[in-house]
Structure formats: structure tokens, C-alpha cells
Design a binder for this molecule. Structure first.
Ligand SMILES: NCCCC(=O)O
Length: 819
């Protein structure tokens, strides 16, 4: 594709896309397909010249979650059709893929993924070493314990995929211009207004309401110019390509994650690529201005261990000459997930970037999803996993990123054990009680940069995770904590909750507009509510305390704070309201369990009776010699109080609680116990059980929706759903066999047919078995129909009988919270 003369660059466009890699081309293609004709894509050098040109081009559909699988399948299907549509040879060949396991743990993981993939009609089959050998005779299978085969996976020519997408976009009137650098994204009053560009001596401005940052490893610094957080960092990625190997014919793509390796046969040569455990971050001093189709110096010492394993796995490599030893930079993110969506800091600033070496298979689906999102103003389905609003402002710190990506590159092929914690870039955000908890045996996990006590080790017990798909080393600790909450009293540090103040003359009207529940309650009341989108899907799940006539205090999960702030600010019209993040101002200590009243009454002279402080109310209290707000709510399904304490007084309050707690056997509890208790009680968790794709009625939260009040966002959709009836509903499961575990994404089998994934799971230490939540179809069915089916949960290919319930199996009448 040749460069176009700059005079062809329009002065105005509906959307400007920055970056001509596969990502930008896909966004342009999909916007054009939606009928957006006035789109301009600007590429600083030549199309594909950043990362796309050296990608391996593997198209693997086996992904860790439902919607990532859905997007990968979309890409695979699109790339198969693209050549016929555009006449550009894409090199797409459905050679299939094999992933082999060298350990039982890995076998369990890939079999679990296969169960999930089958739920989406992806052709996948578990195969034996003997069957591998038939498909892949060159492979040493002596230590292979299992494998999965996906016949419709494949490989392609990445640069030509991008070219085909670009051609498809241009056929629909998109303008694509090379050798044009965007120098600045302009904004006014919190909205994008256009971009300045330069080409040689010429400069110009394009007015646009939508700008899409698809700038790959340049995206972070481009975002920084506008205060937009895009936490990614480049790493060196290595592969080699052999000379032609006599007799080498078409082979499936092969992944041997236990050896960090992937293999691709191409034109009789073999490619061996790696995701080594400790990667080499690159570009710390910035990326050279003239970077174009560049590669980095080889580092044989770094690649040697991979090659050694490769020669053992594929003995023919020992005698094959090496044609190319390649090293090229690619972008990696702190959690190995890419970024899609609109920047919370700036309206009209969108992005599709940070692909963690799976840009080719991701870009087709991501471009489709982002284009629909831009077009409709709402994500077409749940994209929370890759939503830019999960990024934390501190994460653009370059030292943080450099250390973290040295780990995340290797994690692509590491065992993805449940509860696996990052080893790098830790301890950035800490509760004021961190050292107290650490001294008492806390083992920490990280969410949104927060260190949180996940479980408490006993004296003398190793304070580390031993990961497994079976019961991990903290299972008994969790049981003790869980039973303390059910039968006595437990103390959780939940300082990581996101806390937002909404204040001003119109605070009530503003929240009435956004929240589905009635927010016009008396000061002192707490309301559980959701904020909905136009489809009745759940954008946010929160509790709201009315502090005064003009002030509300919102509590959201720590991980969704940026998203929730963005949602609130996006919907501020002309109301007199200020929205402030006050997360760091208060620590949160939760006293939960039937003995919590006895304990809190010992600590404080205030009255905690049902008369004075019933469920769903708060009061200011004296605690020790300080103050706190005691909120009578619970996320574990017990009598309890969440204590909001000014950060400076948190340690004092903790010490007072601990001292008073000795008489009632107060137990310190971690986040794993919070999770197991809340799933027993069937309390939903945003991002797992409830998302913007899930209708609030189907999620079983109709009790918190007040359609009788004046209009609120999503009300019409709720009424429509009431009228048309539910298509699916969230139910609770308990496995009858007490041994297996549920985490999430296990397949729900109804009357022998897979109907969807478990959305969240944990071990119900009170109910005595693994418990989980998940949606089942119910169109036109009564509750009795849903309950009369037979249910099983498929875990790594094995099916286990499950009980099902529409009501919480634990305390279905909610008597305990009102004790
Ligand atoms: N860029 C390498 C992709 C690796 C994989 O698909 O497994």
C-alpha cells in the first residue's frame, strides 16, 4: 500500500485512528463496516511497521474466559473470510493446534479450558500422546501427560491480515495515510476535539469527536500527553526460524507451555518462539523516532534454555540450521490483558492496544467490539476483563511497569492457577493496618495495586501460597475463618473498598437519575443499588449511605473505582454536584458474625440494637478514644458492621477491637473467606456474576429496582424485560460430592447439555461442598421447570452432580443479617 499525499488528509473526520498496525486497521475496518465513512487512520511510518510485521500469527481460540474465547473465535472466523472479501492473500491456514501438558496440573488447566470452549461451539478434543504422534510425528511425547486439539485453529500472515483489513476499510471509504505522525490530541472541556499531524515539513489539524489510540508500544506516552493512563511497557520477544527442513510438511501449531514454547511450521521451516519466565523489558528511555520494521539485537544466552528444551522436544531441530534469530519489541500490560474502551479521563478518547503478544488473534474481535462500543456508546457485551477503566492511575509509573512486565510476559504460558499472585511490583497501595495484619500472619494478595490479607497463617505455618487446582495450602485456614464468621465473629480489613462522595444541591436528583433503587431516603440510611445502562445491564453495584440532605457516600469494589467514577462523571449534566474519590481518607474494618454485636457493644458506648441501628442504617460511634461510622450492612450474610475510620485513627481502632475481641474469640479473616461466605449467601460480585451484559432482573436483583420512582437510566429496559420475561436467570449450585472445587468458568450442564459457565465459585465450608453461581436459560419456563432439571458441573472434562437453588442456600430468609 503506497503512501497517500497529505493533501488527501481531510480537515474533519468522524473518527481518527492513530496507528496502522493490525489493531488500528481492524478498528477502521469495523467502523467502516458500521457505515462510518469519514474515518481517517494515520500511521507514523508504514502500515504494520511497529509490531504487527514480526508477529508469529498464531490463531488460537482457547482462552481463559467466555468473552475472550468469543472474541478469538470471531477473529478466526473473520480471517478465514477476509481473503475472499478483499483479494489480499492473508496466509490464513486452519492447520489446527495442539497444546500439550507435561504435568497433571497443566493437563487439568487445558482440560478446563476445553470444557469452557465447548460451551461456545468451539471444536476441541482431548487427545492422547498416541494421537499427538499421529498428527505430529516429530514430537517427543515421552513425558506428555495430555493434550488438546483444536482443528479449526490456525496461523496466518500477520502483515497481510492487517493489509486486508486496511483494504476492507478503504473499500468502504476510510482514509488511510502513511508517514503521518500525530503530534497532539486536542481536547476542550473534557472532550477530544481533534488531532494535529505532521508529515515532513507539512502540518495540519483534523477536527474529530472520536480519536482511537491504537499506537501499540507508543500508546502509553501518547496517552500521557492528555493525562490518559495506558499502563503498558515493551518487552523483547524472541523466536527463531530454521532453514527449510527436508520433508517437513503442514503441521498444526504446537504449544508446549510447560517449556514456555510455541512452534509453527511455515513453508517447510520451523519457528520456535518463547515466553520465558523472566523477560527483558525494552524501551525504558523511549522509542527511537525512526523506529520502523526494526529489530533488536539477538541474545543467545537468554534464549539458550528454551532452545535446549526445544531440541529435546523436537529432535530434528538439533540438525536444522537457523535461518533467523529474531528479537522484536511487543507491548505487555501489568495483568496480561489488553485495553479496550474509552479513557475515563477524557471523553472521545478511545483505545485498542496493549496486546501482550496475542495481537493478531485478538485484534479481529477487539476491533469489532470497540467499533460497536464507539458506535452505540455502550459495550456490546461484557468487556470488563479488557476495559481500560480497570487501570489505576499509579500504573503509568515506568518503574512499576518495567518490573511487572518482566513477569507478565512469562505468565502467558505459566500455569494459570486459581488465586495466583504476581511476584513483582507489589506493596504499592497499603492499608494503614498492613503492618498489624502482617505481624498477625496475613498472606497478601493484590487487587488494583492494593495489598489485601487473603488469609491468615497459623503461627509457624509457611506464609506463602502453594498453588494447585486442588485444595491449596490455605484451605484449612479458610475453613477456620469461615466458620468463625458463621458461628462467632471475624474481622476483615476492607480498606481497599472504593469510596466516593457525591455532594451538592442536586446530589439526590443526580443519584435518582443513575441508580435503580430509591435514593431519596432519610439521612442515616444505606441503600444497596445498581447503576444500569440503557439495556438494563449492570454498570455498577454499590451501597450508598445518605450522609445529609446534600451528601452521599458510595462504596464500590476497589477494582471498579475508576469505572464507577467515570460512569458518574460521564452522566453529570447540568446538576450542581461534585464527585470526589475519598478512598484513601478512610480505612474499613468489618466485624461480621453472630457475636459482632456483643463485641462492638464492648468497644463503644453507642447503642447497636435493632431499634437504634437496624440493618441498612449507619451512625457515628465512639470507638476506643476515636470515632468511626458504623454501617450496618454485610457482604458475608451475617449480623455485622462495616466501620469507616479516618485513616489516622485506624490503627488505634484496630488495637481497641483486638483487645476487646479476645473475650469473644475474634478471628482475623481474609478475602478468601469473604468470598466463600458471600457465595454461600449467593451475594453477587461485579465482574463475575453481574456485568454490563447482565440484566438486573435476570441477575435476581429486581428487589433493588424501584420502577415506580421517576425515570432512571435503564428503567425502560427493566420494564421491557418484565413484559417479555426472563431469558436466563442466576442460580446457585452446590456440588453433591464434597471433594471437587469450583473457582469460576467451569461448565454448567443442564440435562446433559452445556448451557454456560459458573460465574464465581468457592468452597462453602458451612454448606459442606463447593458452591457457585451461574446463569441458566429459562425462556418461557417456570421456576419449577428450572429447578426440576438435572444439573452437573463439568470440571476439566469430568461431570459432578449439583444441587440448584433460586434462593440463597445459606439463610434463605435473611434472618441472620437482621438478628
Ligand atoms: N505471539 C505469539 C502468540 C503465542 C500464542 O498464540 O500462543
Amino acid at each position: 500500500m503506497s503512501a497517500l499525499h497529505p493533501k488527501t488528509i481531510p480537515a474533519k473526520a468522524r473518527a481518527v485512528i492513530i496507528g496502522g498496525g493490525v489493531s488500528g486497521c481492524s478498528v477502521a475496518y469495523h467502523l467502516a463496516k458500521l457505515g462510518w465513512t469519514d474515518i481517517v487512520l494515520l500511521e507514523r511510518k508504514q502500515l504494520t511497521s511497529g509490531t504487527t510485521w514480526h508477529a508469529a500469527g498464531l490463531i488460537g481460540q482457547l482462552r481463559g474466559s467466555q468473552n475472550m474465547t468469543r472474541l478469538a473465535k470471531y477473529s478466526a472466523d473473520l480471517y478465514v473470510k477476509l481473503e475472499a472479501e478483499t483479494d489480499v492473500g492473508t496466509g490464513m491456514r486452519q492447520v489446527g493446534s495442539i497444546t500439550v501438558a507435561l504435568t497433571e496440573e497443566r493437563k487439568h488447566e487445558i482440560y478446563r479450558q476445553a470444557s469452557l470452549a465447548r460451551a461456545f461451539d468451539i471444536d476441541v478434543r482431548e487427545i492422547s500422546p498416541h494421537e499427538i504422534k499421529q498428527m505430529y510425528p516429530h514430537l517427543n511425547v515421552s513425558d506428555v501427560v495430555g493434550a488438546v486439539h483444536l482443528p479449526l485453529d490456525g496461523q496466518c500472515d500477520p502483515a497481510n491480515i492487517a493489509m486486508a483489513l486496511a483494504k476492507g476499510a478503504r473499500q468502504r471509504d476510510a482514509t488511510i495515510v502513511e508517514n503521518v505522525k500525530v503530534t497532539k490530541v486536542h481536547a476542550r472541556a473534557g472532550r477530544v476535539t481533534g488531532v494535529s499531524w505532521t508529515q515532513g515539513d507539512e502540518q495540519g489539524f483534523i477536527e474529530a469527536d472520536v480519536v482511537v489510540n491504537c499506537a501499540g508500544m507508543w500508546a502509553r506516552e501518547l496517552g500521557r500527553q492528555n493525562g490518559v493512563t495506558i499502563p503498558l511497557h515493551a518487552c523483547e520477544h524472541f523466536y527463531l526460524v530454521t532453514e527449510p527442513i527436508p520433508g517437513l510438511t503442514r503441521l498444526p501449531v504446537l504449544r508446549v507451555p510447560d517449556e514456555c514454547a510455541y512452534y509453527k511450521e511455515d513453508a517447510g521451516k520451523m519457528m520456535l518462539g518463547a515466553f520465558e519466565p523472566v523477560a527483558k523489558p525494552w524501551g525504558m528511555e523511549g522509542i527511537r523516532e525512526d523506529f520502523c520494521f526494526d529489530q533488536l539485537p539477538e541474545d543467545m544466552d537468554h534464549f539458550e534454555p528454551i532452545l535446549e528444551m526445544g531440541v529435546n522436544r523436537m529432535p530434528m531441530l538439533a540438525t536444522a540450521g537457523i535461518h533467523t534469530f529474531f528479537n522484536g519489541p511487543e507491548s505487555f500490560t501489568p495483568d496480561d490483558r489488553y485495553y479496550l474502551g474509552e479513557a475515563p479521563e477524557l471523553s472521545g478518547y478511545w483505545m485498542a492496544t496493549g496486546y501482550n503478544s496475542i495481537g493478531i488473534v485478538s485484534s479481529g474481535g477487539a476491533g469489532m467490539a470497540l467499533a460497536q462500543w464507539i458506535n452505540d456508546g455502550e459495550a456490546p457485551f461484557d468487556l470488563w476483563e479488557v476495559d481500560i477503566r480497570r487501570a489505576q492511575p499509579f500504573q503509568k509509573n515506568r518503574r512499576y511497569l518495567k518490573e511487572r512486565v518482566s513477569e507478565t510476559l512469562g505468565l502467558l504460558y505459566a500455569d494459570h492457577f486459581p488465586y495466583r499472585q504476581m511476584a513483582t511490583s507489589r506493596n504499592i497501595r497499603r492499608s494503614p493496618l498492613h503492618e498489624h495484619l502482617k505481624a498477625r500472619g496475613a498472606v497478601f494478595g493484590e487487587v488494583a495495586g492494593w495489598e489485601r490479607a487473603n488469609w491468615f497463617a497459623r503461627p509457624g505455618q509457611e506464609r506463602e501460597y502453594r498453588y494447585s487446582w486442588k485444595r491449596q495450602n490455605w484451605f484449612d485456614n479458610q475453613r477456620d475463618e469461615h466458620l468463625a464468621v458463621r458461628n462467632g465473629v471475624g474481622l476483615f480489613d476492607m480498606t481497599s473498598f472504593g469510596k466516593i462522595r457525591v455532594e451538592g444541591r442536586d446530589a439526590c436528583a443526580f443519584l435518582q437519575k443513575l441508580c435503580a433503587n430509591d435514593m431519596d431516603v432519610a439521612p442515616g440510611k444505606i441503600v444497596y443499588t445498581q447503576m444500569l445502562n440503557q439495556r438494563g445491564g449492570i454498570e455498577s453495584d454499590l451501597t450508598v449511605s445518605r450522609l445529609s440532605e446534600t451528601a452521599y457516600f458510595l462504596v464500590v469494589p476497589g477494582a471498579t473505582l475508576q469505572r464507577d467514577l467515570a460512569w458518574l462523571r460521564k452522566h453529570l449534566a447540568d446538576e450542581f454536584v461534585v464527585v470526589t474519590d475519598v478512598t484513601a481518607a478512610e480505612a474499613v474494618l468489618c466485624l461480621m458474625g453472630p457475636d459482632s454485636r456483643t463485641l462492638i457493644q464492648k468497644l463503644s458506648p453507642n447503642d447497636f440494637s435493632n431499634e437504634t441501628n437496624p440493618f441498612g442504617t449507619f451512625q457515628e460511634i465512639e470507638i476506643g478514644m476515636g470515632l468511626a461510622r458504623a454501617h450496618r450492612v454485610t457482604y458475608v450474610g451475617e449480623l455485622g458492621w462495616e466501620l469507616y475510620i479516618s485513616t489516622d485513627q485506624a490503627a488505634h481502632a484496630f488495637e481497641a477491637i483486638e483487645e476487646a475481641g479476645a473475650d469473644v474469640s475474634l478471628k482475623l479473616c481474609g478475602l478468601h473467606t469473604l468470598d466463600s461466605c458471600r457465595i454461600e449467601k449467593a451475594f453477587r460480585h461485579f465482574g463475575h456474576d453481574i456485568t454490563d451484559e447482565d440484566n438486573v432482573l435476570e441477575a435476581g436483583l429486581g428487589f433493588a429496582v424501584k420502577t415506580a420512582k421517576d425515570d432512571f437510566l435503564g428503567r425502560d429496559a427493566v420494564l421491557r424485560k418484565k413484559e417479555s420475561g426472563l431469558d436466563r436467570r442466576l442460580v446457585q449450585f452446590r456440588l453433591k460430592d464434597t471433594q471437587p472445587l469450583l473457582f469460576h468458568n467451569e461448565a454448567i450442564v443442564r440435562d446433559g447439555k452445556i448451557v454456560g459457565p459458573i460465574t464465581s465459585g468457592n468452597y462453602g465450608h458451612h454448606l459442606g461442598g463447593a458452591v457457585g453461581l451461574g446463569y441458566v436459560p429459562c425462556k418461557g419456563e417456570s421456576e419449577a421447570d428450572v429447578l426440576s432439571s438435572s444439573y452437573e458441573i463439568e470440571i476439566a472434562g469430568q461431570r459432578f452432580a449439583a444441587e440448584v437453588s433460586l434462593k440463597p442456600m445459606y439463610d434463605p430468609k435473611a434472618e441472620r443479617v437482621r438478628m
